[in-house]
Each structure stands twice: as structure tokens, then as C-alpha cells.
Design a protein around this ligand. Structure first.
Ligand code: CP
Ligand code: NVA
Length: 340
């Protein structure tokens, strides 16, 4: 995978994704044992963020340091990119100084443009369309829980056409999983992407289904996954329509009980499950009376579910580090790490 970009899972074969997951497990072991693994000593990476981040930024930075690299963070303000300098020029400048570039931003075309012109590996840390490094962490977590991905059913409940809905659909189809989008029809993924995912599922032995009925869509699923109803970059005005469309799709204990008896709950985070965030408190006061489900600031998931033993959200968050480290190592070198 040396010198490859990591922009969408559509570009990676099933065996390659599995290889990245296996490498992540080995790197996780080294980290846990406190063994030095500075395999990319002396290299440098640029981390470009047009949107906020906790997990992705920290995972890239810590992974870079653990691998012996230097890292430069460029935030939503403070660089020339996009305002006075095109993506193409930015790519050619940074490509001459750095050995790899992470991009988080709005337009998916921008990460593709960087990849086209940088001359070094470019990693997608989230665009409006896809969030592939998150899916690797999610798959590692599912493997750690159930032993394997193939044949497992993942029901994604909520805004099924956002970056997480799209990426999980494509990734699950690639890995031979049974994927279900559970959402009102207006929030289903684009037809073309569904078609592509179904083609992948056909060759992997998986399947892709779309459900408006949340009971049918979550029945006996192994994984119930959800994400925020309004994503970064969307205007505040969409909150009302999104709450109206999705409040009945809130993941609560009753919905979890409809899944398999050993089902797990997953969420990429950050998540609204109480009034202890500015947005949670604001939504509760603005919409709580009209939509009782959000009156305590709980939106896509209830506090009881996210705090329950079946919730794997913090395992997923930790796995961002190990999987992002694997992506950088695999695309920047041909170093192989064997299991002892
Ligand atoms: N899940 C995720 O990408 O989180 P951040 O926005 O904190 O990076
Ligand atoms: N769909 C969310 C994912 C955050 C990790 C967003 O884009 O804001």
C-alpha cells in the first residue's frame, strides 16, 4: 500500500482493509506493552483541518509521534488554503515539505484534489461525503467484539446519507457484512452510492438494505450504529426539520432490545446524549416541548444506552489511534510487523 492515498474505502479491496485491521492490532499490542515503534523516524506530516476535531486530530498527532514523526497542525484559520491559495497550489507546496498529508474539510473534491497534486500520501480525515478512518476503527472494534466482520449485521439508524452513513455502507458491503440503513426515505444515501455498495456486497457475500421501519431495520442486528442528526458544516436552520424527521429514530433501550441479545451500540462521537453541551442544552430548550424525546438534550441516542454495558463508543475512540497509525505506516513504508 506504500504511496497510496486513503481517501475512500471504495479504493481498497477487502484483503487490503483486512491487512490494515491486522496491522492495527499489532500496533495496538506494541502500544499497550509500551514498546517503542518509531518506524517512521525523521518523517513529517501535515494535518489540515477546516472543521473542528478531537479524536481525529489527536489520533493523527499521537500516532505520528509514536511512529517517530513530526506533525504540523493547520486549523480552520491560520493557513492560506482555500482563501488565498488553491487546493492544487497548497498540495504542491506541502508535498515538497511533508511526507504525508491529512485533510478534514467540507468538499470531498478537495481531498481528491490534494491527492492528485501532492505527490505524497493523502489521508481523508472526514469530508461531507466520507469518513473512512472512522470506519476502520469501527471495524476493529467489531472484530474485537465478535471475532470477525463477515456475516455480521450492522444497522445504521439516523441520517443515513451523511459521511458516516455513506462510509459504513460502502465499508460493510466490501467486508461481507449485512448493512441496513434505517431512516426516513428523504435521508437515504444517493442511489448511485447504493448501487455501488450493492455491487460490492454481491461479490463479498454481504447485503445492503434500506428500511423506513425502525423495528424491521434493527431486528436481530449485531450492531446498532448512529451519528448526529446535523453534521458539521450544515446550517443551524436544518435542526427543526431533522428533529422532526429523526426523533422517532432515537436509539433508546427499547430499540436496542429489538436487536440481537448480544448486540453492541456504536457511535463515532461526538454525541448529544444530555444537556451538558451547549448545543444539547439549546436544543432541549428550543424543541423539548414539541418533541419530548429531546427535552433532556438526548438526541440520536439516550444517555441510558450510551452509558450501558453494550456501548462500545470509547473503545471505538481509542481504536482511532491504532487504525490511523496503521494507515500512515502502510502508506508511507513497506515495513512489515509480524506477530510474535
Ligand atoms: N469521530 C470523529 O471523527 O471525531 P472528531 O470530530 O472529534 O475528530
Ligand atoms: N457526521 C458527523 C461525523 C463527526 C465525526 C459530522 O460530519 O459532523
Amino acid at each position: 500500500m506504500k504511496n497510496r492515498h486513503f481517501v475512500t474505502l471504495l479504493d481498497y479491496e477487502q484483503e487490503e482493509i483486512q491487512e490494515l485491521l491486522n496491522l492495527s492490532k499489532r500496533l495496538k499490542k506494541l502500544k499497550r506493552k509500551g514498546e517503542r515503534h518509531a518506524f517512521l523516524q525523521g518523517r513529517n506530516v501535515a494535518l489540515l483541518f477546516q472543521k473542528d476535531s478531537t479524536r481525529t486530530r489527536c489520533a493523527f498527532e499521537v500516532a505520528a509521534y509514536d511512529l517517530g514523526m513530526g506533525a504540523t497542525y493547520l486549523g480552520p484559520s491560520g493557513s492560506q488554503m482555500g482563501k488565498k491559495e488553491s487546493i492544487k497550489d497548497t498540495a504542491r507546496v506541502l508535498g515538497r515539505m511533508y511526507d504525508g498529508i491529512q485533510f478534514r474539510g467540507h468538499r470531498h473534491e478537495d481531498v481528491e484534489g490534494l491527492a492528485e497534486h501532492a505527490g505524497v500520501p493523502v489521508w481523508n480525515g472526514l469530508t461531507d461525503r466520507f469518513h473512512p478512518t472512522q470506519v476502520l476503527a469501527d471495524f476493529l472494534t467489531i472484530e474485537e467484539t465478535f471475532g470477525s466482520l463477515k456475516g455480521r449485521t450492522l444497522a445504521y439508524v439516523g441520517d443515513a446519507r451523511n459521511n458516516m452513513g455513506n462510509s459504513l455502507m460502502v465499508g460493510a458491503a466490501r467486508m461481507g457484512m449485512h448493512f441496513r440503513s434505517v431512516a426516513p426515505r428523504t435521508l437515504w444515501p444517493e442511489d448511485d452510492l447504493i448501487k455501488q455498495a450493492r455491487q460490492l456486497a454481491e461479490s463479498s457475500g454481504g447485503s445492503v438494505e434500506l428500511h423506513e421501519d425502525k423495528w424491521q431495520g434493527t431486528r436481530d442486528a449485531d450492531v446498532i450504529y448512529t451519528d448526529v442528526w446535523v453534521s458539521m458544516g450544515e446550517p443551524e436552520e436544518v435542526w427543526r426539520e431533522r428533529i422532526s424527521a429523526l426523533s422517532e429514530y432515537q436509539v433508546d433501550s427499547e430499540l436496542m432490545a429489538n436487536a440481537s441479545s448480544d448486540a453492541i451500540f456504536m457511535h463515532c462521537l461526538p454525541s448529544f446524549h444530555g444537556k451538558d453541551t451547549d448545543v444539547g442544552a439549546q436544543i432541549a430548550s428550543l424543541f423539548g416541548e414539541e418533541y419530548p424525546r429531546v427535552k433532556d438534550g438526548e438526541m440520536e441516542v439516550t444517555d441510558a444506552v450510551i452509558e450501558s454495558p453494550c456501548s462500545k463508543v470509547f473503545e471505538e475512540a481509542e481504536n482511532r489511534l491504532h487504525t490511523i497509525k496503521a494507515v500512515m505506516l502502510a502508506t508511507m513504508s513497506d515495513k512489515r510487523i509480524e506477530d510474535e
